[in-house]
Write a protein that binds this ligand. Sequence first.
Ligand SMILES: Cc1cc2nc3c(=O)[nH]c(=O)nc-3n(C[C@H](O)[C@H](O)[C@H](O)COP(=O)(O)O)c2cc1C
Length: 189
Amino acid sequence: MENDLYELARRRRSIRRYGAEHIDDGIIREIMKVALTAPTSFGHRPVEFVVVRDRDMIRKIGACKQMGGSQINGADAVIVVMVHTADRRQAEFWIEDGAIASAYILLAVEQYGLGACWVHIRNRMGQARTSDEEIRALLGVPDGYTVLNLVAIGEKCEEKRAYTDSDLHTEHVHLEKYESQLPHRSQRA
Ligand SMILES: Cc1cc2nc3c(=O)[nH]c(=O)nc-3n(C[C@H](O)[C@H](O)[C@H](O)COP(=O)(O)O)c2cc1C
């Protein structure tokens, strides 16, 4: 049985080293179109993005995370994923809403043979304030938004093997009740 999405998903790996290739703006636009189709709670669509291409700004954003932020320095684009959290109704599921959109971005990036990595921001510290506050100040994001994470994107500059069926924790999929599992290989002869 064909499973195009699985073929894409199994190739997606976290890529943290990037080459010098410039990613066409059109590709970034296509990736962001995918992100904008992500489901959101109650259809509120509270997730917004800042696409950052300027290398100096990318470095500054990286410095907003005390530990592990510098890994974005070689990226050709960084997507800042933020959610409108001022409205309490929209804020209830803000993490889920932002995370699903981010996952869509990660998959869309793989479709173009590019590398990407989620870089976490929520509950992380910057130089003097939280990473969220420092990034919003840098990018002029108005009050009422919270940055969940970044997605760094660039030419793949490290080899990572695609997942295969044998990597999958199929035992994590239960059928009807916890004690039984969904058969993952065809039972038919
Ligand atoms: C919620 C979340 C937070 C993550 N935070 C970071 C991070 O801050 N830095 C990083 O390099 N990778 C981060 N990752 C990527 C994971 O480390 C990575 O997905 C995991 O090791 C599995 O590897 P794979 O993506 O190649 O399958 C994060 C992933 C998720 C889902």
